[in-house]
Design a protein around this ligand. Sequence first.
Ligand code: UGA
Length: 437
Amino acid sequence: MKIGIVGLGFVGLTFASVLANKGYNVIGVDTDKIKIKNIKSGKSPFYEPQLDNILKNALTKKLILSENIEEIVNECDFIFLTLGTPIDKNGNINLKIILKVSKKIGELLLKLKKKPIIVIKSTVVPGTTSNKIKKILEKKSNKKVGKGFGLITNPEFLREGKAVHDTLNPHLIVIGSNEKQDSKKLEKFYKEIHNEKISIILTNNTTAEIIKYANNSFLATKISFINNISNLCQTLPGTNVDEVAKAIGIDPRIGNQFLNAGPGYGGSCLPKDIQALIACQKTLGVESTLLNAVHQTNILQIKKIVELIKKTLVNLKNKRITILGLSFKEESDDIRESRSIKLIEILLKEQSTIIVHDPKAIKNTKLIFGDKITYNEKVEDALNNSDCIVLMTPWKQYSKLQKIDLRKMRKKNIIDTRRILNIRGSDINYIGLGIGY
Ligand code: UGA
């Protein structure tokens, strides 16, 4: 059996590497020449724990890389599409890339004798597979779904920073297709990779698409909810959002995950998917009252942090502010929709002097801010002459900081948006987000 993977981002490259390590013949395709060159040398184009190791191993085994999709269509039994689906400024999903690739695949299917199964792993708004991708494939190939080729929606639930772990241990596999036989083939494949006990939901294409959006929207809702409660705690002395989260999390109907109050959710998925679902629902005449509130709460959260900084420093002009953590989450160098980037933009407008530290994301941040801010490889250097620390990303190393590390600060103010710093003292003004003083 041969597996083709089109699009080598977090999902595609991790999936390709894991499959090759498990002994499958895999062809990975991407149109980005530099990316392919990096990957061929055994270097992932982004930081993802464990990925470099399994990639190197995959390259010595069964992973082949190419810029040409033809090989995949001609040779593979399953063709996974793991392409980006960005949004425009109005939140509408932009399907240009995936539709262009579908057109190309359709053209190649025209002369093909065998019947590959095309698997949509990209996040696409409800109706995309059946209404758009299927139509293009059928028109260009002059073949019918189920007969000339298979078409399955198979959303991905892996998290950045844990991509390898989640690919090896998915909590759920969703297989959406209107053709039972094709679903069964993919089900067999996944059971072979994992084991018979893996949770698999078999459904149709559109329900599979909705499951993906419902999943991410629910996670975003939990975060905005706890951030709302966090803002309540902030106003009431003696209260702490973590105590509230711990207590409600014990209720099995609520669950204890995704209740960490913070600067709001970032990344390439939750902010984009919530907006895309809102825009999609609008076209279908469905009200997005709840999702609008989730999105607005997320936007407002960064303003709450600016309020806390203003309350602490009074005037922001010329104040030296140290931002700890630039990536949208720990164990990642991804700064897409990172709340740290939004915060820096606001603080620069207030004419503050910004000094930053991050273990992995400095290179990406330089591409945005250039020499407008100061970058430090060492945390201690980032704290020199600082008026205030704002901890944004919960990298483990920050929780190990000690009082002595603050000795060169001009003023010992700390705003800890994740409540992970363990530094207190009479000369230290510690403010934890979601703690009422
Ligand atoms: C998210 C989903 O968690 C994955 O299941 C999904 O596959 C992925 O999107 C996707 O659609 O591709 P990811 O973007 O990697 O994964 O990041 P999350 O772990 O969900 O975190 C998103 C943001 O929420 C981060 O900024 C994080 O700091 C924040 N967050 C998360 C909180 O503020 N509090 C929490 O309790 C949890």
